[in-house]
Design a protein. Sequence first.
Length: 336
Amino acid sequence: MGLFAILRDMIPHGKTGLGGNGDPFDRLSREQYDEITRASIRRGYMDLAEGDIYSTVFRGVSIEPDATILDRGCGDAKDIITLAKEHGHTGPIIGIETAINGERKISDIDVRLKSNGVTNAHIIEGDAQDLAFEDNSIDVILDFSVLQHVVDIHAALAESKRVLKPGGLHITITNGIENKPVHHGYLADMIDFINNNYKLPFRAIPPPPLSSRFTAEMAAKVLPRYEQIRHEYKQGRTGNLKIDDSVKVNMLLSSLWTYLPSVMPNVPEDWPEEAKAEAKQELIEAIHESKAWRHARDMIRNDVTNKIVQNGAVYETIVRRAFVGRQAPKVLSLIR
């Protein structure tokens, strides 16, 4: 049976479309990955780390060559290409993506697959929390740095449990709490620069990082409620990512440029939600109109460049863990 016939049989009619419920971090997440070039830059930054955890997982986990694989949040499809070209996977691979600019991005990913000679993969637009597949239809689900971008983690994991075949694999990679301290420090520096150099209606405070929504520490506690954890891989050492040229600087800073919509006003916690929303909108408009965000970005870029000139490099810490879970028999109850 061909790939498209398999997809037709697995996907109920009409069940497609974007996920998300207006959550500001959902929008931020999609903006950061809205174009394939931006997704490639961010993934390239991760791949600079010593002991790349993605390659470690593919080497250490046995996946049948004809297995049906779902790559939830496939980004620039690098992992799909790796599976097909380097590991000889011949079974159907379905990538799911969601983006503000979804149709163009998915088209771009398909073009990239074809240019790399991958013919057993297809990309669809979908919702991680409402998978468009029948029960017991998938052999392997890849969640590579994806679940921290999902609004309802439990809904996404319940969907994984539903669509996986008994004994199927769920491979999750997510960041540790200590991941990318240099990156988060620069975000705080941008906010400080804006507060100290521009007259704003409210003081700005940085939003928590997206990765804090589902850290590796959380995953270690939550995933066993849904699956039997068989293997775990870890990556992380102080200064294990070396940034020493302009291309890597762009990789380091790429997601900082999209944080403006989630900058928060420093207002009392007991303010009504409507008042908080109005304050946030007023603050963001003031930052945008004053070009403060652009100036803050330039300041950080210059700072990183100068440190490379003076010290030879800027060092970053990457802390991530991979969990390989096996779908338990369906008779086991789901613990929330």
